[in-house]
Design a binder for this molecule. Structure first.
Ligand code: PAF
Length: 316
């Protein structure tokens, strides 16, 4: 372990992308892989200003859990929402007691579930990103869409002076809860629609998905303004038009990208359904969000996606 290295947990697309970003700041970076540790450097494929493909290599250390040693002050957890708590518990003894723990995962709920497990003086920064990235190999990632990223303090220990500001430029924000909810809305519309209809992100703006896309946004804007919605104060006033602008913009910027949920369904992997539509299913019960309920049911019943798709088309 190099002194004061970042530990990036997860070599999925976002983990690899962020490992490269931290390395660009000349920070030493260790990437914790679940299994296959790659030999070569980290390679990022991207388009340059003229639109031609370019590859940049970064010198990062790839290790497995067994090779972990020492204690890290800065940890970035880039895992699936359902893995977040276990991923932290796996490395907890290798984190400094006054450290900074940051998360970059989809959905809502997992970040809050992590708080009781933190060491008393650790600060928790929750992050969101709308950048598109595709993992090509265990040390190779391709940028597939521009987007933004934000981190905000979700849990602060009074006695931790370290980690009071986020050590990456221009991503720190003071209203991370609102951003988490907005990102949740992005994922709650784009991810299930792309997964159920087997389409790329940009195609949610086209027929036959478009009417369902629009109805899903109206539904979410209504839910977020309900007095019974526990998180209403977090999100403040939000209109359907604002939500539409935000979600359509992400769909356009990542138009050629296959969403993470579409990829998970295609490869028969566990999806983040519980932390995306499942969140609304639990937090807005009593038929307040029938489309989210329908998405949730469809993704829990992937053997019959075709039938769920037909039902959704008949609804809109
Ligand atoms: O989950 C994803 O794939 C991404 O969060 C997003 C923003 C939908 C872009 O593909």
């Amino acid at each position: 372990m190099t002194k004061d290295a970042w530990l990036v947990v997860g070599n999925g697309a976002i983990g690899l992308l962020w490992a490269s970003k931290l390395r660009q700041l000349e920070q030493p970076v260790t990437v914790l892989c679940r299994s296959d540790v790659p030999n070569g450097m980290l390679t990022v494929e991207d388009l340059d200003e003229e639109g031609s493909q370019q590859q940049t290599q970064y010198d990062v250390e790839f290790i497995t859990k067994e090779q972990l040693e020492g204690k890290y002050t800065k940890v970035l957890l880039c895992t699936k929402a359902f893995d977040l708590v276990d991923a932290y518990l796996d490395i907890r003894k290798h984190t400094k007691k006054r450290g900074l723990i940051a998360t970059l995962c989809n959905g809502l709920g997992a970040q809050q579930d992590l708080i009781p497990h933190l060491k008393k003086q650790q600060n928790l920064w929750a992050g969101i990103t709308s950048e598109g990235a595709l993992k090509l190999d265990s040390n190779r990632v391709k940028k597939t869409g521009n987007g933004d990223a934000f981190f905000g303090l979700l849990a602060q220990s009074e006695s931790n002076l370290y980690g009071d500001s986020f050590p990456y430029p221009d991503v720190q924000c003071h209203n991370i809860e609102r951003r988490l909810l907005e990102k949740l809305a992005v994922n709650a519309v784009i991810n299930p629609l792309t997964a159920i209809f087997s389409v790329r992100n940009g195609q949610v703006l086209e027929d036959p998905v478009k009417p369902i896309f629009e109805a899903a946004i109206d539904e979410l804007a209504n839910v977020m303004q309900l007095d019974s919605f526990k998180f209403k104060t977090m999100v403040g006033d939000i209109t359907s038009e604002q939500l539409n602008m935000r979600i359509a913009n992400v769909a356009r910027l990542t138009a050629m990208n296959c969403s993470s949920m579409y990829e998970d369904v295609r490869h028969n992997r566990q999806t983040e359904n519980e932390y995306i539509s499942g969140f609304f299913h639990r937090e807005a019960p009593n038929a307040s969000a029938p489309l989210q309920d329908a998405f949730y049911a469809a993704l829990n019943d992937q053997a019959h996606l075709e039938e769920h798709k037909k039902k959704l088309l008949a609804m809109h």
